[in-house]
Design a protein around this ligand. Structure first.
Ligand SMILES: Cc1ncc(COP(=O)(O)O)c(C=O)c1O
Length: 406
């Protein structure tokens, strides 16, 4: 069988791969702690699950809905955006997708031509680059500083005449970085000036900690909002990764193109999930708040402990999402390996902790640790990594660095 050039250039998701390896080890009875995963560890709140069960029992879920989602769900999304951001999107400016991942995929299909450049901050989420490639586009890296943020300066350094799209993900996966209103304003103005469409991936927008405030690009000004396509969904905030509901909100012409592609590709997202999502958006958000508080406690507990792991460094404390992204260049040297990928393998094999290689996000020399795990597991995992790294310190003191083989 001969595969398309398109299929040949795509690489599988590194985050999914590490999680699968960890799960396979767990099935063999090895007590691996999985910090590789990018999903909340909470059950979907009962009020949401109950709405789904009721929709099934009422016989509402056996049928197709419009490919772009139930009108009632679009209304609930519009209302939620209005409450959270104070911005009004009529329902014909909203399209429901199979998760935010599909929202981003379909947007690349709509916005990117063969060879068009898409500006992606380094580091950024694993799938953007692959989705750009699948659309025939050219991913262009925008560098960031110690705070993992792009600026108009790094945008100027990266941009060419053909740049069409810039993806902003705040709070950011894999770093937990959050852009302030002023920073977003500068980036937004830059995009308007250069006629670059902004994709605001706000999927972690409700997961903000320690009094830091979330601001979306759509809130900055009418002009910037008009150049922005909003992507969001229920996965992270409502602990609904498995339900697969995301959405796009943007200009009516864009949404009609999105809808046309969805109608020929996914069809509608699962009807039962759409009823669940209505309940999620319409709920009083207390469940979201209690999960947010739990994440905040985890961040505040493990951040200082991870800072103390030999060879692990973080310049800035994350403000949102549920990831830590330490620089582990010193740890790589200490452990006597050459790359963060090799360190990931060692941590899994010897310390039984699964984490993701920063290389997957465009930044080798870093690791992504997800704190979407119980506090108990997090403490055990950090303790295992600390002990694992400490042995190299001891060896260094007694002369010679080597790798424990037991
Ligand atoms: C930055 C970012 N955007 C989008 C997604 C996709 O989320 P979903 O498809 O589950 O809605 C993820 C999931 O990991 C993510 O981290």
């Amino acid at each position: 069988m001969k595969f398309s050039d398109r299929a040949m250039q795509v690489t599988p998701s590194a985050t999914v791969k590490v999680s699968n390896t960890a799960k396979a080890m767990i099935r063999k009875g090895i007590e691996v702690i999985n910090l590789g995963i990018g999903e909340p560890d909470f059950k979907t709140p009962k009020v949401i699950a109950d709405a789904a069960i009721k929709a099934i029992q009422d016989g509402k879920t056996s049928f197709y809905t419009p490919a772009s989602g139930l009108p009632q769900l679009k209304e609930a999304i519009a209302e939620r955006i209005k409450k959270d951001c104070g911005v009004i999107y009529p329902v014909d400016q909203i399209s429901v997708t199979n998760g935010a991942k599909m929202a981003l995929y379909v947007l690349m299909q709509v916005l990117v031509d063969q060879g068009s450049e898409v500006l992606l901050p380094r580091p950024s989420w694993v799938s953007y680059k692959q989705q750009v490639l699948l659309a025939g586009g050219k991913p262009v890296v925008v560098e960031t500083g110690d705070d993992f943020k792009i600026t108009t300066k790094t945008l100027d350094d990266a941009v060419s005449r053909d740049a069409k799209v810039l993806v902003i993900n705040s709070p950011q996966n894999p770093t937990g970085t959050v852009y302030s209103r002023d920073e977003l304003e500068a980036i937004g103005k830059w995009a308007v000036l250069h006629n670059v469409t902004l994709i605001a991936d706000d999927i972690y927008g409700k997961l903000m900690y320690n009094q830091n405030q979330f601001v979306s690009l759509i809130q900055i000004s009418d002009e910037i909002a008009a150049s922005t396509v909003l992507v969001n969904g229920v996965s992270k905030a409502y602990s609904m990764t498995g339900w697969r509901i995301g959405y796009v909100a943007g200009a009516p012409e864009l949404i009609s193109k999105v809808n046309a592609i969805l109608s020929h590709s996914t069809g509608n997202p699962a009807t039962v999930s759409q009823y669940a999502a209505i309940a999620a958006f319409e709920s009083d958000q207390t469940e979201v708040e209690s999960m947010r508080v739990a994440f905040e406690e985890r961040l505040n507990t493990i951040y200082p402990l991870v800072q103390k792991i030999p060879g692990f460094k973080m310049a800035v404390k994350p403000q949102g999402a549920f990831y830590l992204f330490p620089n582990v260049q010193e740890a790589i040297k200490l452990a006597g390996v050459n790359t963060s990928g090799e360190l990931v393998d060692l941590l899994l094999d010897k310390a039984h902790v699964a984490v993701v290689d920063g290389d997957a996000f465009g930044m080798p020399g870093y690791l992504r640790l997800s704190y979407a795990a119980s506090l108990k597991d997090l403490l055990t995992a950090v303790d295992r990594i600390t002990k694992f790294m400490n042995q190299f310190l001891k060896k260094q003191v007694s002369g010679g660095i080597g790798i424990e083989t037991n």
